[in-house]
Write a protein that binds this ligand. Structure first.
Ligand code: NDP
Ligand code: OXD
Length: 313
């Protein structure tokens, strides 16, 4: 019985090597290899060709090698099988680093100091305390919860917005469509760690941007998005950066990836761009996780972190 690795846009070698190291007794195959499709029980995938997983008649479990699963739920031919997504301290820690780094870039006025350094000019500015800045995290799941704790440890005022009610010590909780406006109204730095679903597509638009707090110390609200690009209306973000309704932004994910060279986002004021690397999937850490899940499944124990196909995440 084989494990298939199908990772479009990523080099598979590292994954094959890591899986073989984690489970030397198992056969690992790639889509282009000569193998009997009926030998495949498990598939580890990132953006597989739509319809491809249907061609594996004995497939039992699909492992998404990303925490986000829109690359699977968008496939109308996705087989009706359990989909397990990645939840791993390695990936979570990386995302928290990205969130903290970008909150601090804006909080500590990095664009100003980088420009001053480039000009060889000594230009100190008043710096406010972390406790004066209200961060609001959209998506208080595995990643949002960890980021919230790290930001609270630095002294920021943190709130979260989720689909269902969440209680997290020290975090002001908001949920559902009715909770969105009050959540935005108390937020200086908005961080989106939302999955892409029908309900979150194009959610962060002009109305959301204009609903953010305008009385914070930064001189205007800031938006960070490391969830999914299509949750944000990029034209609305760009317009708000250009006319000053937004003070700054950081984006790791985009509606089109790679971000095209002619995208105006590259030149938008006070916008930090990273190329979907906020929380890279580490083959060693994640292969150990997947092999552990397979062992549990074969021992008759329930699989962890199953995707709810109705919710879409
Ligand atoms: P989780 O499923 O653990 O958390 C998702 C959160 O979003 C939950 O709190 C959920 O609410 C909330 N949510 C979902 N739909 C809505 C909605 N309609 N309205 C309000 N809240 C909603 O996911 P993770 O934290 O593990 O990951 C989040 C996303 O981060 C991934 O789906 C992926 O898109 C992105 N990601 C990006 C990476 C990168 O490198 N840029 C790396 C890894 C992930 P509730 O708690 O009520 O269910
Ligand atoms: C993702 C990931 O879902 O890289 O974006 O894990």
């Amino acid at each position: 019985m084989s494990i298939l690795v199908a990772v479009r846009g990523w080099k598979p070698d590292h994954w094959i090597h890591a899986l073989r190291a984690a489970a030397p007794e198992r056969t690992v195959v790639l889509p282009g290899d000569a193998f009997d499709p009926a030998s495949v029980r498990y598939a580890l995938v990132w953006k597989p060709e739509p319809g491809y997983l249907r061609t594996l008649p004995k497939l039992e479990v699909i492992f998404s090698l990303g925490a986000g699963v829109d690359h699977l739920t968008s496939d109308p031919q996705l087989p009706d099988l359990p989909v397990v997504r990645i939840v791993d301290p390695d990936l979570t820690g990386r995302m928290t680093e990205w969130v903290v780094m970008n909150v601090l870039l804006h909080h500590r006025q990095h664009t100003h100091y980088a420009a001053a350094q480039a000009a060889g000019s000594w230009q100190p500015r008043r710096q406010w305390a972390a406790g004066a800045v209200r961060v609001g995290i959209m998506g208080l799941g595995e990643l949002g919860t960890d980021a919230a704790r790290a930001l609270m440890a630095l002294g920021f005022e943190v709130a979260g917005w989720s689909r269902t009610e969440k209680r997290l010590d020290g975090v002001a909780g908001f949920h559902g469509p009715d909770g969105l406006a009050p959540f935005l109204a108390r937020t200086d730095i908005l961080v989106s760690l939302l999955p892409l679903t029908a309900a979150t597509e194009n959610l962060i638009d002009r109305a959301v941007i204009d609903g953010l707090a305008k009385d914070g110390p930064l001189g205007g609200p800031v938006i960070l998005n490391a969830g999914r690009g299509r949750s944000l209306v990029e034209a609305d973000l760009l317009a708000a950066l250009e006319d000053g309704r937004l003070k700054g932004a950081s984006l790791d994910v985009f509606a089109t990836e790679p971000l095209p060279p002619d995208s105006p986002l590259w030149r938008a004021p006070n916008l930090y761009i990273t190329p979907h690397v906020a929380a890279e999937s580490d083959p060693e850490a994640l292969s150990r996780y997947v092999i552990g899940e397979i062992a549990a499944h074969e021992a008759g124990r329930p699989l962890g972190h199953l995707v709810d196909r109705d919710k879409g995440y």
